[in-house]
Design a protein around this ligand. Structure first.
Ligand SMILES: [Zn+2]
Length: 230
């Protein structure tokens, strides 16, 4: 029996990215409505505990579950999120924030689809009740959706467009050729990560996650098209 997925989740449907983005923005807007201005870095731990009323715990999940690539887990009945203690290291600040935001994604998008599997819960030493375990090497559709949600929650479109303009001095796109020439690196992914790292550190996300988001927002593009408006 696989030890990868001690859960019951069913009925995960395709969700258009625009729908996932709307759900993430709804969390940020309701947080802002309670008197916290929208700004970067997004205070994900405060949103989890103060706004959503979930408990956040850092524990040695790798040891508890015997799964090497476990990142986090959510127990919706107990309103509890556990994050693997390895991610508490300041060197993993961005990855930690992303994992927390990913668990919020499951809370918002999937908690109504999760059901208890008592046998598997007890196998893992958990109290009976639904649990979703998240691993870096296991990516079924609900994991991809929670990743998208985390990206939208930590790097919301409007705030990232502003941050980019402040950082670059204009709203102009950067081409991949610019990125490689500014960093002096020939490997595309490594060049993007090096290029965005100063902004990623400011925003509290990993350079990898920001690179993906900036390409998604077409701020980093294969080729800059001449402007129609000169
Ligand atoms: Zn997950």
């Amino acid at each position: 029996m696989s030890r990868g997925q001690p859960i019951g989740i069913s009925g995960v449907k395709f969700m258009p990215p625009v729908h996932i983005e709307r759900e993430a923005n709804h969390v940020l807007d309701t947080w802002a409505a309670s008197g916290h201005p929208r700004s970067l870095p997004v205070p994900i731990d405060e949103i989890i505990e103060l706004h959503l009323g979930l408990t956040l715990e850092f524990v040695d999940l790798r040891d508890q579950l015997g799964i090497d690539d476990v990142l986090g887990a959510i127990f919706p009945d107990r309103k509890l999120i556990k994050i693997d203690s390895l991610l508490e290291d300041p060197a993993h600040r961005g990855r930690c924030a992303f994992t927390m935001a990913h668990e919020v994604g499951h809370w918002v998008l999937h908690r109504h689809l999760m059901h208890a599997d008592a046998e598997q819960s007890s196998l893992f030493g958990f109290e009976p009740g639904p649990v979703l375990v998240c691993r870096s090497g296991f990516r079924p559709p609900e994991e991809m959706q929670a990743d998208k949600f985390a990206s939208y929650l930590l790097m919301p479109r409007a705030e990232i467009l502003d941050a980019w303009a402040r950082w670059r001095g204009s709203h102009a796109q950067a081409s991949l050729a610019d990125v490689m020439s500014e960093t002096g690196l020939g490997d595309l992914d490594a060049a993007v990560r090096k290029f965005v790292r100063p902004l990623a550190d400011e925003i509290g996300v990993s350079a990898q996650a920001l690179g993906i988001r900036l390409r998604d927002l077409k701020l980093i593009v294969p080729h800059v098209q001449p402007s129609l408006f000169g």
